[in-house]
Design a protein around this ligand. Structure first.
Ligand code: BGC
Length: 486
């Protein structure tokens, strides 16, 4: 009986008591997305991607007081081609993501499609994410200084080292060496940077420390992933990140970009577009928001922005689960007579909490119980754990299915029926089951018969963005070399 009327894994409900099944139905109605809905969302998504390429859509101010006016920005990256595979040189890369700063020394070898890299990762402290611009840039310059001391003879090589900066936030670029931050995402809230070109700010911090580096390229992490994964597998047509944030980039024909009409580029030119589609549906036309989505948006650093990202990405799915469990506690359904102080703490749960729970296939759910104990100081009954596991499945499955809509939209727009998608990001790489759910959603959106293989395959490309950034810089340096007078 348990499964009657339920669409999400009805077999799990056999383990859950009947009185709980009644209220779980409401959660299922909120979170389950049927194939038809996915198709409608994808079609609307295609229109939004098109709109972002137009002058009107692309010109909407996306920083300052009009934050809610943002469409999908479709930012032009000025990366005008893929590397040939013969690029050479030694390039430093800095990658500022949502959680970590990575410094990398990449050596592109003369052997085609080969490279070596030395890498260091530093966690970005919360106070840096919410302080002043100067503090942020000084933190980055400080880590680079340490790295140069450890791996590059203190940078004292007598020459200025070329550096490529991967900045995982939306920027409006007039060239590959500049970028005005449109707005902070992923709950960053650093003052004095939105609406400003970030390159002079970072260069000033390098100068304060006398670092012998020269910024040659500014790229997004999705652009880096696209370049790096295409370098290894030319079948890759879209680069995507699924991690703290969520986004994708692809190569577009310049003649299909109305906002570039006056740029004087040759008709056959191509450029990588960083879609910044985390901002999809900021005008709230299609995504079925639950009360929890509204609450997350309301309590975020930039309400009204990144609506799609807030429904799917790693930064928010833990918080989504926390809000749901807290509501059920307050209704007297979960964790009765337990101390829920830690459950009340904002952002108490990371995406890995959900992943551990879903990986626990034991009868007594011991790993999951340990995770509740460690992260929240709670000792739930087996029955409560089962309910939570069901809810986790709902939240994570919705995230994966919505994620597939963005990828499907790019493929539909570009008429890509068969290709590979290069995906990087800790949640994609470590959340077992995520990829399978997203692949299933693609199958439903495109109506591939069960006998057909995945025509659009999501392939993990771990740590690609360092190499991608180095390759982007190598392309710029090659161009500079060619432009030199003989
Ligand atoms: C940013 C994108 C980035 C994505 C993944 C989003 O919040 O706006 O620029 O690519 O996160 O890191």
């Amino acid at each position: 009986m348990a499964g009657s009327g339920f669409r999400y894994r009805p077999e799990i409900l056999d383990e859950i008591k009947e009185e709980d099944i009644m209220y779980l139905k409401e959660y299922e109605d909120w979170f389950v997305l049927e194939s038809d809905q996915l198709k409608k969302i994808t079609d609307h998504f295609v229109k939004e991607l098109e709109k972002g390429l137009t002058k009107e859509g692309g010109n909407i101010v996306s920083f300052g007081p009009n934050l809610d006016q943002v469409t999908t920005p479709m930012n032009v990256t000025w990366v005008m081609g893929f590397p040939s595979g013969h690029e050479t040189g030694r390039i430093l890369t800095l990658d500022m993501g949502g959680t970590n700063l990575r410094v990398c020394d990449v050596c592109l070898s003369t052997r085609k499609r080969d490279f070596e890299q030395t890498q260091r990762k530093y966690k970005l402290p919360d106070e840096v994410k919410t302080g002043t611009g100067e503090q942020l840039w000084d933190f980055i310059a400080g880590r680079l200084e340490t790295f140069l001391h450890e791996h590059h003879n203190g940078g004292r090589t007598g020459t200025t080292l070329p550096l490529s900066f991967t900045f995982s936030f939306p920027v409006d670029q007039k060239s590959i060496r500049s970028g005005v931050l449109q707005r902070w995402t992923k709950n960053f809230n650093v003052t004095g940077v939105e609406g400003q070109d970030i390159i002079p700010q970072l260069e000033a911090a390098f100068q304060r420390k006398n670092l012998p580096v020269r910024i040659v390229a500014l790229i997004n992490d999705t652009t880096g992933t696209l370049i790096a994964s295409h370098y290894r597998d030319p079948q890759v047509k879209v680069g995507s990140i699924f991690s703290t944030g969520c986004n994708a980039a692809y190569m577009e024909e310049c003649e299909l970009i109305p906002k570039l009409a006056d740029s004087g580029l040759p008709k056959n030119a191509k450029v990588i577009i960083n879609t910044e589609y985390g901002a999809f549906d900021n005008d709230r036309k299609i995504l079925p928001l639950t009360p929890f989505d509204r609450q997350i948006d309301h309590e975020s650093a930039r309400p009204g922005t990144q609506i799609y990202e807030k429904m799917v990405s790693g930064l928010y799915i833990g918080e989504m689960l926390r809000l749901i469990m807290l509501k059920l506690h307050e209704e007297g359904r979960l964790f009765k007579d337990q101390d829920v102080t830690r459950l009340r703490n904002e952002n108490a749960l990371e995406a890995s909490f959900l992943s551990v729970a879903e990986m626990d296939f034991s009868d007594r759910l011991d790993d999951m119980r340990e995770e509740f104990e460690e992260s929240l100081g709670l000792s739930p009954s087996l029955h409560e754990l089962r309910i939570c596991r069901y809810l986790i499945g709902l939240v994570a499955t919705r995230a994966a299915r919505l994620y597939a809509c963005g990828i499907a939209a790019i493929c539909k727009k570009k008429n890509l029926r068969r290709c590979h998608i290069g995906v990087d990001g800790s949640v994609f790489n470590r959340y077992s089951g995520f990829k399978g759910r997203a692949a299933q959603a693609l199958r439903e959106i495109f109506d591939w018969p069960p006998t057909e293989l995945e025509l659009i395959a999501l392939n993990a490309f771990e740590d690609g963005s360092g190499v991608g950034a180095a390759l982007a810089a190598a392309l710029v340096l090659e161009g500079e070399e060619k432009a030199k007078p003989l």
